[in-house]
Design a protein around this ligand. Structure first.
Ligand SMILES: Cc1cc2nc3c(=O)[nH]c(=O)nc-3n(C[C@H](O)[C@H](O)[C@H](O)COP(=O)(O)OP(=O)(O)OC[C@H]3O[C@@H](n4cnc5c(N)ncnc54)[C@H](O)[C@@H]3O)c2cc1C
Length: 267
């Protein structure tokens, strides 16, 4: 680790000001990604701006047609929340499958979405449901928030305050996990929105999460697993690494989507 200063502001506005004053300063949430990055000397911030001392950033409440979830809410809190379990049980299930107990106890939804790891789970939710990302500078739409791998629409001194996640009428989440890291090789979130729209978000497979429109089109005609029988996904733009080829990831997407359809039909 390189040496750095440390600040623990008492408000999000003060945190944003500290970041605006120094372009080399960096926010810290649960530290599950950023602390290992520092340990490996892959980043050299002048100052860490720790968000852990800011009150009211870890709240979960129902708001209008959705859930308002504070940026510092841990995965463990989302998984255990009675509000989430009642309104959007598949989101609680998704949170319960992230990493291991230590990662879930410390990792936050804000850190996960701001980091936009291609294999992360919450970005798929934010994209698929077109959640609103509320920040210190205004709002972003989830559908425009993830331009590329590890990139977001955030400016360097912009901090996520909370998310407004519309609750779908029905949803199913399937994740094909790397057994060592528990990150997704491929994940699929299938939803029917309150307007009756079918949406299929995919994580882990490409440089960033995306909507599988071929799957959405097929399911719009017939909401049955067989509707996906002829559907193929182009492997050309997908990730290829030591864990899986692009072709294998492409194969997994309709397989997981079919499992989602079956689960939604069973309920
Ligand atoms: C072993 C392991 C397994 C994991 N498995 C999974 C998995 O299965 N699925 C999954 O989705 N994730 C997984 N993760 C990632 C983890 O869940 C965290 O969500 C992720 O590391 C980032 O969250 P954090 O709160 O720790 O953020 P930090 O590491 O503190 O920060 C990450 C980045 O986000 C920025 N940031 C943090 N908060 C904000 C904010 N409010 N506004 C703007 N920028 C902000 C920071 O500046 C930094 O650049 C895993 C991590 C580990 C170590």
């Amino acid at each position: 680790m390189y040496a750095f200063d440390y600040a623990k502001p008492a408000s999000l506005d003060e945190a944003a000001r500290l970041l605006a004053d120094d372009p080399e300063a960096k926010a810290l949430a649960g530290g599950q990604t950023y602390i290992p990055t520092l340990k490996q000397r892959l980043a050299q911030p002048t100052r860490l701006v720790d968000l852990a001392g800011i009150p009211d950033l870890a709240t979960i409440k129902e708001e209008g047609d959705g859930l308002a979830v504070g940026a510092m809410t841990t995965h463990k809190a989302v998984a255990a929340s009675p509000v989430v379990q009642r309104a959007f049980p598949e989101l609680a299930y998704l949170a319960s499958l992230i990493g291991d107990p230590a990662v879930r106890a410390m990792g936050t939804i804000g850190g996960s979405v701001a980091n936009n790891d291609p294999a992360a789970d919450y970005p798929v939710v934010v994209l698929t449901l077109d959640a609103t990302v509320r920040t210190t500078k205004g709002e972003h739409r989830g559908s425009d928030f993830f331009p590329g791998m590890f990139e977001t629409a955030l400016e360097p001194d912009e901090l996520i305050r909370e998310f407004h996640i519309p609750v779908p009428e029905a949803a199913a989440w399937e994740k094909f996990r790397n057994p060592a890291s528990r990150y997704a090789l491929v994940s699929v979130l299938l939803v029917r929105t309150k307007d009756g729209e079918i949406r299929c978000g995919v994580g882990g497979a490409g440089p960033t999460c995306f909507r599988a429109t071929a799957i959405e089109d097929a399911l719009r005609s017939s909401f049955a697993p067989e509707a996906l029988d002829g559907v193929t996904i182009d492997a050309g733009d997908l990730n290829e690494d030591i864990h899986a080829t692009a072709a294998y990831r492409a194969h997994l997407i309709p397989v997981l989507a079919k499992r989602c359809v079956r689960r939604m039909l069973r309920r």
